[in-house]
Design a protein around this ligand. Sequence first.
Ligand code: ATP
Length: 256
Amino acid sequence: MIEVQGVSHQFAIGKKGRERIIPVLHQIDMRVEQGEIVAIVGRSGSGKSTLLNLISGYIRPTLGEIRIAGRTVTKLSEGQWADFRLGHFGFMFQSFQLIPSMTAFENVELPLVLKGIDLAVRKKRVDVLLERVGLSDCASHYPGELSGGQQQRVSVARALVLQPPIVLADEPTGSLDSDNERQLLTLIRELNRENGITFLMITHDEQVAEVAHRTVLLQDGRIRPRPSRDGMNGQGIPAAQPAGWTASLIEEGNNR
Ligand SMILES: Nc1ncnc2c1ncn2[C@@H]1O[C@H](COP(=O)(O)OP(=O)(O)OP(=O)(O)O)[C@@H](O)[C@H]1O
């Protein structure tokens, strides 16, 4: 599903002609199978966000190739990337990134509006998702009227509204207390199991890493083997057979 092959990345900072080169990632090879939950862990500055930004096409690798769902995305133009992102990724962030002047319903609906989806379909999809994340009663609330855990669940619903096969998450539980963190992790596991969604998550948090099928450790821009719970080296644990999007979350009958 996601294949990173021989990817290296360096940033150039400073004035043109007098740039300083900062090598960040070195020869990264990584595969994420459909239906896996994979956690990327590593110390601050080890290159986790850079790797996620490369996979989501916000930056291009200095060297190497990335394939997602069989497509070589490192060759896409900016415009093609924008379309590809909409069709393949949902995003979750530590800071939720909800729009404060929009209700929970409108925040979740926004990607559908941007995609030009019809009002009746939008309403049905948003209602189903808000119910799925346990927030039907809060549809008309503004983010400022919701707890941190509820805001993060709105952002999960928004990440899923275009039915992406992959969710990329950067410290998704970073600003949650332990109860809300537990609830969110349970939700992620259920969404993975019931709908076959692939999750690739950056985390500093062992609890988050524990819901993952496996963990990838980045150290100084290189992938290091990290023992997994069953004693394998963290690469290649077979993914659970995903049920697919049509299973239970969205029941419109016209999905992938
Ligand atoms: N746009 C940029 N320009 C120059 N250097 C950058 C840029 N983005 C990241 N870096 C550098 O790349 C290195 C890796 O940063 P990155 O954000 O990928 O690490 P990280 O593992 O995600 O860290 P953290 O856990 O603190 O978020 C750091 O030394 C950082 O300063």
